[in-house]
Each structure stands twice: as structure tokens, then as C-alpha cells.
Design a protein around this ligand. Structure first.
Ligand code: NAP
Length: 399
């Protein structure tokens, strides 16, 4: 039977990989709706390639371009938040949530409340509003399929035993492009250098998060919500080859790992298969050729973002929401060359201190999470305008 799929974030890295998996199984999947941010031409291209019934673009100013690009195809389109909600709520067997950042929260939640099964790549949904989102998922009996490669690996590894026998879980991190860089060099890193991920081709925001290891911090919080483990039962280890994606440690000391080449199509296919392993073309992992799989601890001094995320998870309340919003503002400022790479963690740390002083409880609804997100963004942007500049930051401003 044909399975229907909606792709939120269809023009992005995960979205395009999803389209590739679907294209390898045209007889099994039909894409009913696609959604994107602002690139109308790319979105129209995706919609036409899969013959979607509906395309939604978040940027209201891009609606006319999208409509023109789809003229004569019979594909309906819309722009703005309501159109995104419409795409998310359309009848579909699976909604792939692959919008980047907190912008994914509203559409992903709309899909959840419409009763859809969600293949979740947008980790920010759980970081910003994990308690409310998982509570409502349980209430609605909705299935949340982890699409992030580490969480998908953990789901696969969990199948080897009973949930009650899990002692801890380990997420692996590639270490990013700055794994071996001294701190002084990191201070002067450019966006281009941060974007050069050693093992995955991804969007810019997640690239920078991978370089700072904030991505692993966000994933810790995501794992906490998906698998219900406290932070002291969630470990991170650096594994530069990105072959082992996640490990479950059982109470007898044994470990179960899931391995694959670093290719997002594998966790995507695992989600779309709903328990069945779909055939996928592509290279196969050749362990003898790789030769060695290495592991090393995280250097907390050079990568403070992971510690900040763990502290936010431990403190609870609205701190993960604040951490995520401040990080998005800081990453955007870094990409615009307004701050240096190491300033990202400084901005997030300052915002978390401010957030802790507020004492906000964990958001009990998506609306509350979005309100805290926007208050933190406003305040962090303001703080950035007034903050004393670090040397690399000052160099950039005067350049
Ligand atoms: N890339 C990976 O390998 C990977 C792995 C695991 C998890 N993830 C997670 O998956 C999500 C997507 O990552 P990505 O690397 O695919 O990002 P990406 O390449 O930057 O793509 C982002 C997608 O979101 C859309 N978008 C941006 N702003 C939007 C808005 N305000 N409203 C609606 N749509 C918007 C973009 O549309 P436009 O093209 O029009 O801008 C694009 O389709 C992130 O949460 C990331 O952490 C990614």
C-alpha cells in the first residue's frame, strides 16, 4: 500500500535526503505536501518533482513567486504561518519535521495535534518545548520517530533488550571541524571554516552547532525527552569517523551500538519504513577499509556549549528554551560575522544566567515556549548590541 508523506523543510539537507529516499521507492511513497522557508524556486522544484498536491512557504513575501512557479501544474500553494499549518495538518501517514531551528516548533506541533505520525529531525522542538510536546504526544497516542542519526541509532539499539534494563545511553559526536584546533585558532574561525563538517553535509545552522558541540548539547536534551533518561545517564563521546552513532549500555555492562556510514538517508529510511528496513542504493560500510574506530573524551574547555546545554537540562524549567533561543541569535550573528566563534558560548552563557534569574517553569504549552523563545531573542539581540566586544569580534566590526 502506498504510504503518504508530508515534508516540512523539503528544500533543506534532511528534506532533500528524504526526497531521495522517496524517489528510490516511488511505488511505496507519495508526497502529499511540501513546505519551506523562503526559497520559492527550490520549493516549487521539489513540489513538481514529487507531484505534491500542496506547497507552503513560510515567507509571506515569497507566496506570489511560488504561485507563479507552480502555475499550470495543478499544485496548490500558500504562504505564511497558516499555509505551513495547513501543510502540516494535511492527511498523511508520516510528517517529516525537518525545518531548522525553533521555526519548526509551530508546524511540528500542528502535525502532532492533527494526529500525524512524526519523523522528527527538528531537535529544537524537543529542546524548546519537550515536556509539553511529549505530554501531548502521549495524550494523543501519537508516534514520534527519531530521525536524528544518534537518536535513531539509540532506537535501533534499544530493540536488543528491555527498556527497564538500560543503564545509560551514549551519543557520539564527530568533534566537528575544530576538534584538533587550539582555542586561540578557534577564536578567529570563520563561518566557512565552521561549515566544513568532516563527515556530514548539512545546513549552516547545524554545521555551526556541530563545530561548537552545541548540536550534541541539543541532542542530549532531545534524548532526555525521547527516552526518558536523566542527564547523568546520558553520555557523549567524540568519535571522529561518525560510524557508531549511538550506544545503549545495559545493566550487565554490555553495550549495543548501531553503525552505518554517515548518511542521513539511513535513519530517514528507517523512519519511513515504520519497522521495515527499506532497500537503499549507496555505498556500504567496509569496516576493514576503515581500519580503526577511535573514541576520545570531549574537551570541555574548548567546547563549553556542551556543558552549558547539560547544565540547562539539569536545571530544567525554561532554561533549555532560553539556551536554544540565545544560541540561534548567537549563531546568526556569527554567520553575519558580527561576533567571533568563541563568543557564541559567551552569549549563551550570559543568556542562561539571565534566564535562571527569571525562574520560569518549563513551558506547559507551545505558546508559552514560543513566548519565552521570542523574549530571549529580543533580550539577547539587545545584549549583543551593547556588549563589550572580544578582540576577534572587534576586528570583524572594524574590518
Ligand atoms: N542536516 C542533517 O544532517 C541533520 C541531521 C539530524 C538532524 N537535523 C536537524 O534537522 C533540521 C533541519 O536541518 P537541515 O540541515 O536540513 O537544515 P537546512 O538545510 O538549513 O534546511 C532547513 C529547512 O527549513 C526551511 N526553513 C527555514 N526557515 C524556515 C521557517 N521560518 N519556516 C519554515 N521553514 C523554514 C528551509 O527552507 P529554505 O530552503 O526556503 O530556507 C529548509 O527547507 C534541524 O533541526 C537540524 O538540527 C539535521
Amino acid at each position: 500500500m502506498t504510504r503518504t508523506v508530508t515534508i516540512l523543510g523539503a528544500t533543506g539537507s534532511v528534506g532533500r535526503s528524504t526526497l531521495d529516499v522517496v524517489a528510490q521507492h516511488r511505488d511505496r511513497f507519495r508526497v502529499v505536501a511540501v513546505a519551506g522557508g523562503s526559497d520559492a524556486a527550490a520549493l516549487a522544484c521539489c513540489a513538481k518533482a514529487v507531484g505534491a498536491a500542496f506547497a507552503a512557504i513560510a515567507d509571506p513575501g515569497a507566496g506570489e513567486l511560488l504561485r507563479d512557479a507552480l502555475a499550470g501544474t495543478g499544485i496548490a500553494s500558500g504562504a505564511g504561518a497558516a499555509a505551513l499549518r495547513e501543510a502540516a495538518e494535511r492527511e498523511a501517514d508520516i510528517v517529516v519535521a525537518a525545518i531548522s531551528g525553533a521555526a519548526g516548533l509551530g508546524p511540528t506541533y500542528a502535525a502532532l495535534t492533527a494526529g500525524r505520525t512524526i519523523a522528527l529531525a527538528n531537535k529544537e522542538t524537543l529542546v524548546c518545548a519537550g515536556e509539553a510536546f511529549m505530554r501531548d504526544a502521549r495524550r494523543l497516542g501519537a508516534q514520534i520517530l527519531p530521525m536524528d542519526s544518534e537518536h535513531n541509532a539509540l532506537l535501533q539499539a534499544l530493540a536488543a533488550g528491555r527498556a527497564g534494563d538500560v543503564e545509560s545511553m551514549v551519543l557520539t559526536a564527530s568533534g566537528g571541524p575544530f576538534r584538533t584546533w587550539p582555542r586561540e585558532r578557534m577564536a578567529h574561525a570563520t563561518p566557512e571554516e565552521a561549515a566544513a563538517h568532516p563527515t556530514y553535509a548539512m545546513g549552516m545552522k547545524i554545521n555551526v552547532d556541530s563545530a561548537s558541540l552545541m548540536n550534541k548539547g541539543l541532542e542530549l536534551i532531545e534524548a532526555h525527552h525521547l527516552f526518558g533518561l536523566a542527564d547523568d545517564r546520558l553520555d557523549v563521546v567524540v568519535h571522529p569517523q561518525s560510524i557508531v552513532h549511538g550506544l545503549v549500555r545495559w545493566r550487565d555492562g554490555g553495550l549495543t551500538a548501531a553503525l552505518s556510514l554517515p548518511d542521513m538517508r539511513i535513519p530517514i529510511a528507517h523512519c519511513l519504513g515504520l519497522g521495515e528496513r527499506l532497500a537503499l542504493a549507496g555505498d556500504r560500510l567496509d569496516l576493514a577499509r576503515i581500519g580503526a574506530l577511535t573514541f576520545e573524551p570531549v574537551d570541555a574547555t574548548r567546547f563549553p556549549c556542551l556543558g552549558l546545554a547539560r547544565a540547562a537540562l539539569r536545571a530544567g524549567g525554561a532554561l533549555p528554551t532560553v539556551l536554544n533561543a540565545a544560541n540561534e541569535v548567537a549563531v546568526a550573528a556569527f554567520l553575519q560575522r558580527r561576533i567571533g566563534f568563541l563568543d557564541i558560548s559567551a552569549v549563551v552563557e550570559e543568556a542562561c544566567l539571565w534566564g535562571a534569574s527569571k525562574g520560569w517553569p518549563a513551558p506547559s504549552s507551545i505558546e508559552e515556549a514560543l513566548a519565552i523563545d521570542s523574549e530571549t531573542r529580543r533580550r539577547t539581540a539587545e545584549w549583543l548590541r551593547q556588549a563589550p566586544l572580544s578582540p576577534p569580534h572587534r576586528d570583524r566590526r572594524s574590518a
